[in-house]
Design a protein around this ligand. Sequence first.
Ligand code: KG4
Ligand code: ZN
Length: 333
Amino acid sequence: MKINILGIESSCDDTSASILQDGNILSNITATQEAHKEYGGVVPEVASRAHQQNIIPVVDLAIKKAGISKNEISAIAFTRGPGLMGSLLVGVSFAKAFALSLDIPMIEVNHMQAHVLAHFAEDPKPDFPFLCLTVSGGHTQIVKVNDYLDMEVLGTTIDDAAGEAFDKTGKLLGLDYPAGPVIDKLAKKGEAIFSFAEPNLPNLDFSFSGLKTSILYFLKKQIKTNPDFIQENLNDICASVQSAIIKSLMIKIIKATEETGIKEVAVAGGVSANSGLRNAIETEGGKRGWKTYIPKLEYCTDNAAMIAVTGYRKYLKKEFVGQEITPEARLKI
Ligand code: KG4
Ligand code: ZN
């Protein structure tokens, strides 16, 4: 009999459902929430309401697109955390009701572990052990992946995530949320001629709040003498900001490869869409003999296929949970 896993993701502002059959993705449907744009960031209350509205249509569509019936689903895998409590509750409650009504097992999934296992959604797949740099609006981590469900966090951010660094500086520059893709586009037309304070952490941890403050003071100072400084130099500012963020990420991933001797290097999360980061990984990888992996954007940003992939691995080990399960906003790998 075929193993069909329904994956559910609702940890932040994307509602997503996916069907995985014997490890192969049949569907991956994601409803993104536009309502946060005008606030310049994700508003938790707005996010949980939108998940409530989206979850049934998204699941229906995922099952329909997969060409299976509800009764053929073997288990439901859901994001237990980390994430926004109100958002997680929608997915967890849905999973409980669905599992009860069909009398199928439930599988809890750690969202950060799932970002890493997104690399197994399609070929080419990394070999174990590999290093994964997970960079998004909510997370920045370097993970050593020994096996599907055996991971160690080598470094993490002590303040803002890399995506947040893009989004918050974008806000200072008057750009729309999320600013990452906009900065990426404008940076292509500019040059990284400005420099900002660099973090100086000795281990594999990251820090981006100093960069944000440094950019803020830099802009304030420039605007004092030239009120049009931002408009006149926007492309170069974006190129400089992007270059600073990428530099911070690259220093740590290089250090991690040197310390572990691992040359399989994977990148996950929404920021992996950044063209400068992709170039840096490819170029540095070429010089250092790395094998590099960046999944399709659909599997980099928050999605349920990665939840289903992780759920499948747990299904094979019969790692199920009971109806008493609750979300964990701060769940760790
Ligand atoms: O993984 P994701 O969709 O959601 C989570 O935060 O979990 O990542 C969204 C983040 C945002 O901060 C956005 O600005 C950033 O990824 N991002 C980018 C680019 N595309 C998305 N940052 C830099 N360059 C991009 N091209
Ligand atoms: Zn995420």
